[in-house]
Write a protein that binds this ligand. Structure first.
Ligand SMILES: C[S@@+](CC[C@H](N)C(=O)[O-])C[C@H]1O[C@@H](n2cnc3c(N)ncnc32)[C@H](O)[C@@H]1O
Length: 334
């Protein structure tokens, strides 16, 4: 079984930024191929089981996570607020999405509206920070989020510009949305995207299955998330959520030391996040994500990391996937 999976992964011609990463992925594949899919879900899934007449499904919702986003929903478009990291990362993640989707759909990445003719679903769209530029690039965009306040903010903001007012926003989960469109090929998408969401859901494997099913056969999926590494713990949690909070109450000298530490470990992006935004145990390693996606009929073709430069205050794409990373995959079939 493990060997079959390994050779399948090798045959996929996975384009990963470093061979070292490819070996790590294959090693992990050997381990995870022996684990049932349910082991890749968080232990508190049982609280979120929804039963209906036909089947038992595991809901992707973590109510306490959703409450965190609802509480700060009016700050989505404040580029200096809690969502500053997402605003800062946007050009970099859009560059990856533009290059991979243009390659996949044979579009010209250099034209003004490269996504003309593509239907894209942005799952866990929040206030629409990513959905809006996708619409400006010509895509027909649907944004889906489980928090009503987020969807309201996204709708109001998108309506301010005729180019983004075309975005369709729905307050629902990926699974419920899928139940609506399942079996109607015209309602499926060229690409399904999920940015910084999987680390907030209860059942990542189920969630990815819904995400994959929203794309038509031969379509694409792009996912970004945070690696469950020690470095991610140091930067995305300790530095971004705690040190920068303490910094407010400490003297200037210590404050500079905090900044230096954050700059040295990198990846925190020099931004202050609300405490409890992330739970390290909910992060997935790239190896786990590849396996989960594979089981959802998505073959990961390319992966890249995001790194933050404290000198320029900017994010860029890198071969370092130890903290923030993004993956592009294609869906089986034509
Ligand atoms: C960190 S935000 C990311 C927002 C957006 N994708 C971006 O990168 O700009 C995570 C979003 O996922 C949403 N979310 C969490 N669990 C969800 C679920 N099961 N179904 C749909 N949305 C969910 C939250 O409400 C929140 O808006």
């Amino acid at each position: 079984m493990a060997l079959k999976l390994l050779s399948k992964l090798r045959n996929q011609n996975l384009q990963i930024t470093r061979n070292r990463n490819l070996h790590r992925l294959l090693d992990a594949a050997r381990f995870f191929s022996e684990q049932p899919v349910s082991n890749l879900s968080t232990p508190d899934d049982s609280k979120f089981i929804i039963k209906n007449k036909q089947q038992t499904t595991t809901s992707s919702l973590k109510q306490h996570e959703l409450a965190k986003f609802a509480a700060i929903s009016d700050t989505w478009w404040d580029s200096e607020g809690p969502f500053k990291p997402l605003h800062n990362m946007n050009p970099t993640r859009l560059a990856f999405i533009r290059s991979t989707l243009c390659r996949h759909f044979s579009k010209d990445p250099n034209c003004a509206r490269p996504f003309e003719g593509l239907k894209i679903v942005d799952v866990g769209c929040g206030g629409g920070i990513l959905s809006e530029p996708l619409a400006r690039m010509g895509a027909t965009v649907t944004g889906v989020d489980a928090v009503e306040k987020n969807i309201n903010v996204a709708r109001i903001h998108a309506d301010l510009d005729p180019e983004t007012s075309t975005i369709e926003y729905c307050c629902t989960t990926a699974a419920s949305y899928l139940a609506e469109v399942a079996g109607i090929i015209e309602r499926l998408y060229s690409a399904s995207l999920m940015k910084k969401v999987i680390e907030h859901v209860a059942a990542p494997a189920e969630f990815c299955k819904s995400l994959a099913a929203l794309a038509y056969p031969g379509g694409a999926t792009v996912i970004s998330t945070i690696n469950r590494s020690m470095r991610a713990y140091a930067t995305a949690i300790v530095a971004a959520e705690y040190l920068l909070h303490w910094q407010r109450t400490l003297c200037l000298g210590i404050s500079s030391a905090c900044n230096l530490l954050i700059a040295v470990v990198g990846g925190g992006g020099g931004v202050k996040l609300p405490k409890g935004t992330h739970q390290w145990s909910s992060f997935l390693t790239p190896e786990e994500l590849v396996l989960i996606l594979q089981r959802a009929s998505i073959n990961v073709k390319e992966m890249a990391g995001f790194v933050y430069s404290p000198l320029t205050g900017r994010w860029s794409l890198s071969d370092d996937i130890s903290v923030n990373f993004i993956a592009y995959g294609t869906k089986d079939g034509q």
